[in-house]
Design a protein around this ligand. Structure first.
Ligand code: ZN
Length: 313
């Protein structure tokens, strides 16, 4: 079973890479910050990836045996907002009936879908040193899928599926064995309802709401999670199925505000979760580990990541 840790682009350093490799972690994930600014943070990552210094870090990570992956809320970047003035029909319609360019796009518009897919292929090719697993998530929010007359009957999961299918087909014209993650998260936590061709799409299950639903009995939560995961695995299959966890996500625990808070690992909960995910049949588990970079170390010293690796033994 593979494991990985995901950090913000600006946190990548030789030290972080050594820490991961020394602990025996398999995968380094790089995640430009999400939320409303996700298109800008992804653009900044792409600029970094053009510099020799950053490329040297990626090369170093690979030389130390780490697989490199990029996980991003990409829809806002992939649907070029400058097209809105001439083509408002490419963009999403919110429930009140107006089209706006702020989030996602209209997946029922064939031209919009084709532009989205072509830009996804360019993005895949620009992610220096990336594995063949790509993570181009829809925008980061709730209730931001298209409500136009053609999309209205499509759930957020259906809309994500349509966008990903088109993107992967285009990416595979350039990278034949590429795979693309379906992010099951907030609005897309239920499987799509469309007749499916999941070839090349894999499940990425992110239990974000576990961390916002406070006070729930853990036995009840695990039962509820299992009930949620079962239909997702049935739809996407177990092969390559991945969990995206938050055990080390000090950006979440710092409420995404610097300076970082002191990180305290809930090792017991993490070990129980990992046991459970293995029993369910996931192939890979990654955890966010943001806000544990150099500024964290200056305040609190180095965070110990070895319990994560040990929990897989
Ligand atoms: Zn639409």
């Amino acid at each position: 079973m593979k494991n990985g840790m995901i950090i913000h682009p600006g946190e990548l350093s030789k030290k972080w890479i050594d820490r991961l490799a020394d602990a025996g972690i398999d995968t380094l994930g790089i995640h430009p910050e999400g939320g409303k600014d996700a298109p800008k943070t992804l653009e900044r990552l792409l600029s970094l990836l053009e510099t020799p210094e950053y490329r040297a870090l990626i090369d170093y990570a690979r030389s130390r045996g780490l697989e490199v992956e990029y996980e991003c809320h990409a829809a806002g970047y992939l649907m070029d907002k400058s097209l809105f003035a001439d083509h408002p029909e490419y963009f999403w319609m919110y429930a009140a009936g107006e089209r706006v360019s702020d989030w996602n796009f209209c997946v029922s518009n064939a031209d919009a879908l084709s532009l989205f897919a072509k830009r996804a292929a360019s993005l895949a090719l620009a992610l220096y040193g990336s594995s063949k697993n790509f993570y181009f998530w829809m925008d980061d929010g709730r209730g931001i899928h298209c409500h136009c007359p053609k999309c209205r009957a499509l759930s957020p999961s259906d809309q994500q599926y349509i966008a990903l299918r088109a993107a992967l087909d285009e990416i595979r014209r350039h990278i034949p064995d590429a795979r693309l993650a379906y992010l099951a998260y907030i609005d897309t936590i239920t499987p799509p309802t469309l007749a499916h061709n999941v070839g090349g799409l894999f499940l990425e299950y992110a239990p974000f709401e576990k961390y916002t639903a406070k006070g729930e009995d853990s036995a009840i939560r695990i039962e509820r999670e299992r009930a949620m995961i079962a239909p997702l695995l049935e739809y996407f299959g177990r092969e390559d199925a991945k969990v995206l966890e938050y055990w080390y996500d000090n950006s979440l625990f710092s409420r995404w505000k610097k300076p970082p808070a002191r990180f305290v690992l809930d090792e017991k909960a993490m070990s129980a979760d990992i046991r459970d995910y293995r029993a369910i049949g996931f192939d890979r588990i990654s955890t966010f580990a943001c806000f544990l970079g150099e500024d964290y170390e200056e305040l609190y010293g180095e965070a110990d990541i070895t319990p994560f690796r040990k929990a897989f033994e």
